[in-house]
Design a protein around this ligand. Structure first.
Ligand code: PEP
Length: 245
């Protein structure tokens, strides 16, 4: 079954470096969907220069408003015109550093959907919440808040990235079987509210050596990868593993 592999480069590469890496990734032979998320400034250039068009581009964020006097913000319309098909919304780093709450995230999702971007909504619990067995209630609150007043038909353009905050960049991962269960929990929650199936990806300390552990599960539809997506050797190995061909 085809999976989705998302590369989130965060703010780690220059425009030139982003273009070089995107061109290498575009040569990976796979039936799986690859989504590359560089910084805003690299999106347009990569879209113009990329030789292969069957990898997709995604932005790492978008504004919560359409247009207006919002210095420093980037509108969804500009993102889609730059060639991106996807946008990551609600990443834990934005929740932490930009203090994005569920209401802001909800507005961003609506702006993105309005212009036809596909949304990758990130949710996940922190370590204290995990220890206090609050994962499910945290996920529920995040999902309900982020998807407030979103229409059933719009769910087609939304997928969820389950990213436990304690697993991001830490080298620690939850057990893959647990992630599969959490994916089912997220899918059921959304199905109950919207009567729509969504894809759920996992993100947090994925590298080539542990990728197939997660991808072998049917209810884990793909991976969102930070650190390991910056290294071509490491990233490309993921597609040589058993479960992603
Ligand atoms: C992320 O930041 O979304 C992420 C999954 O990072 P890493 O793979 O480096 O843990």
């Amino acid at each position: 079954m085809s999976k989705t592999i998302i590369a989130n480069w965060k703010m780690n590469l220059s425009i030139k470096e982003s273009l070089i890496l995107a061109n290498k990734i575009a040569k990976i032979k796979t039936d799986n969907e690859i989504i590359v998320c560089p910084d805003f400034l690299s999106l347009n250039l990569i879209n113009q220069k990329l030789k292969r068009k069957d990898i997709y581009l995604g932005a790492q964020d978008c504004a919560a408003y359409s247009y207006g006097s919002y210095t420093g913000e980037v509108a969804s319309q500009s993102i889609i015109e730059s060639g991106a098909k996807y946008v990551i919304i609600g990443h834990s780093e934005r929740r932490k550093y930009q203090k994005e709450d569920n209401e802001i995230i909800n507005n961003k999702i609506k702006q993105a959907l309005k212009v036809g971007l596909k949304v990758i909504l990130c949710v996940g619990e922190n370590l204290t919440e995990k220890k206090n067995k609050k994962t499910k209630s945290i996920l529920k609150t995040q999902l309900k808040g982020a998807l407030k007043d979103v229409l059933k038909k719009e769910l087609t353009n939304i997928s969820i990235a389950y990213e436990p905050i304690w697993a991001i960049g830490s080298g620690k991962t939850p057990e893959a079987e647990k992630v599969n269960e959490t994916s089912i929990y997220i899918k059921d929650l959304i199905y109950n509210d919207f009567k729509k199936k969504v894809k759920v990806f996992y993100g947090g300390s994925i590298k080539a050596s542990n990728s197939s552990e997660f991808l072998k599960y049917k209810q884990i539809d793909g991976l969102l990868i930070g650190g390991a997506s910056l290294n071509y050797q490491e990233f490309s190995k993921i597609f040589k593993k058993n479960y992603v061909r």
